[in-house]
Design a protein around this ligand. Structure first.
Ligand code: S3P
Length: 190
């Protein structure tokens, strides 16, 4: 587990202890499952950005990509995350590309406490291949795509406030590690 230096200042957004907890990381890292369980443990509402986009658009993420393309998806994602982070404190699972968008990243850094769920290629592929719905991986070599995304994204995900390894163990163990850390740094855990 790694922690970023974090200086609190009012201009930089709300105090850490009052911020929503935002899970970032690649497809298959377990953001939604861990997020839901973490929310339950800290008694906060849970939101899934992808799900909110699907509700707002009235179609699946896959259909959205096909009909409108990735830039329109990123714009929708920015709007949804802006709206959620302006609302009451909650736990938010973001889609894998959200933290890569510079505007969304600045927003998450200012308004949220970000947690990167880091996982290795084997675990990610095992998970995403079980549910082959993700538009970015619908190609002849999803593993090569995932490797490219890891190379591009891991240095940026590393800017999250907290990095937790999701090593394929039980999701609840990851939740406990996040909770221990939140308590240690005074982020309210309930
Ligand atoms: C994406 C990840 C997906 C979804 C979209 C794009 C990405 O979310 O937002 O398919 O760019 O990595 P998950 O990380 O929840 O699969």
């Amino acid at each position: 587990m790694q922690v970023q230096e974090h200086t609190e200042s009012p201009e930089a957004g709300p105090p850490l202890s009052e911020r929503s907890i935002v899970l970032v990381g690649l497809m298959g890292a377990g953001k939604s499952t861990v997020g839901r369980r973490l929310a339950n443990a800290v008694k906060l509402p849970f939101h899934d950005a992808d799900h909110e986009i699907e509700t707002a658009a009235g179609c699946s993420i896959s259909d959205f990509f096909e009909r409108y393309g990735e830039p329109a998806f990123r714009e929708g994602e920015r709007k949804v995350i802006t709206r959620l982070l302006a609302g009451p404190r909650h736990v938010l699972a973001t889609g894998g590309g959200a933290f890569m968008d510079p505007t969304t990243r600045v927003l998450i850094k200012r308004m949220g406490f970000s947690v990167w769920l880091r996982a290795d290629i084997g675990l990610l592929m095992e998970r995403v291949l079980k549910r082959p719905t993700r538009p970015l991986l619908k190609n002849d070599d999803p593993r090569a795509t995932m490797e490219r995304l890891m190379a591009e994204r891991y240095p940026v995900y590393a800017e999250a406030d907290l990095t937790v390894d999701s090593n394929g163990g039980p999701h609840d163990a990851i939740v406990q590690r996040i909770l221990a850390h939140l308590t240690a740094i005074g982020v309210k855990a309930s």
